[in-house]
Write a protein that binds this ligand. Sequence first.
Ligand code: ZN
Ligand code: ZN
Length: 212
Amino acid sequence: MSCPFDFEHYRELLEAAQAGGYRFAFFEGEPREGNLFLRHDVDLSLEAAVRLAELEAEAGARATYFLMTESNFYNLASGEGERALARLRELEHRVGLHAVYPRVQRDERFDPVLAWHNPDPDYMREPVDGLVNVMQEPWFSPETYRSDSNQHWRSGCPHEELRAGAFPWLQLLTHPEIWAYPGETMSETMHAMLDAERERRVGQLRADKIDI
Ligand SMILES: [Zn+2]
Ligand SMILES: [Zn+2]
């Protein structure tokens, strides 16, 4: 099986996990045998996050979406942000804080769970007061963690190991925009996202009664 970063293969990943006997888990209790923690750091696109959240709900999967309050790319306080939050909740996913160190601006929109955005190694695994830091023990260990950073699996796509039940449990970090937009490389995917972004911006200008 080839492993493209697209929704079809993401669905295959979920099916493989289900065939391997994994259960979708949240960062609440400590990891147990057979847990699969689906983690999504939403760096760039709420639209991509909502589309992935809908796919997961259809597949019977539940994930934790980490959203930013100080993103350069989206505004969680906007109407679009509020609708995205409401939709994620409606689909029964969890919502965590994707924070920029050292600020922890958690409010009632977020469950008590945090993932740092682009963290430095010196604080990445440190506990945070009142919250689960997903990179602290016992929720993180290198053998039970896979990430799609920059559209690249450092240790390979985990679908075969999931299907074989090879992980005792797994934290699987994926970035929705990588899967939602087409492209063979991160660069191509980002350009596809930017093309879509232009359309979205034009729509926002019209909604703001700008004569475009
Ligand atoms: Zn794969
Ligand atoms: Zn991030």
